[in-house]
Design a protein around this ligand. Structure first.
Ligand SMILES: [Zn+2]
Length: 128
């Protein structure tokens, strides 16, 4: 029995607790791998320390709710690009990495990873 992350996202800590420990370990690894794509390792550790999980199910919930400062907009929620004129960038808009929140959570990391993979495949396809 394996559960996909999109299904595990909606399971409560009580529902997770009914799963075998091996499955919870696998889910924790998948969430941690996703979180590392955009959340600083120290921020992940801080989130886990704050949650202070005791049971395997609580560990899964703790890693699922990890968040960190957005690496693209550095917490501002808006991204600027173009020429810098008198200290002001010529273009700016809502940061697409965090959707304007200023922080990224595990779900943002998964979306960004999917987007990046698609962008890389598209770039390679255009080269050939
Ligand atoms: Zn951002």
């Amino acid at each position: 029995m394996t559960i996909r992350l999109v299904e595990a996202d909606f399971l409560s800590v009580e529902e997770l607790a009914e799963l075998p420990v091996e499955e919870l370990r696998r889910l924790f690894r998948l969430y941690r791998e996703a979180a590392r794509y955009g959340i600083d390792a120290n921020d992940i550790d801080d989130c886990l320390d704050r949650a202070d999980p005791q049971t395997p199910a609580e560990w899964v919930v703790a890693i699922r709710t990890a968040r960190g400062i957005c690496p693209k907009c550095h917490g501002s929620g808006s991204y600027s690009w173009g020429a810098c004129i008198n200290g002001k960038m010529s273009h700016s808009g809502e940061c697409f990495r965090c959707e304007g929140k200023g922080h990224v959570d595990v779900s943002d990391c998964r979306r960004n990873r999917g987007y990046d993979g698609h962008a890389i495949r598209r770039a390679f396809a255009q080269m050939s």
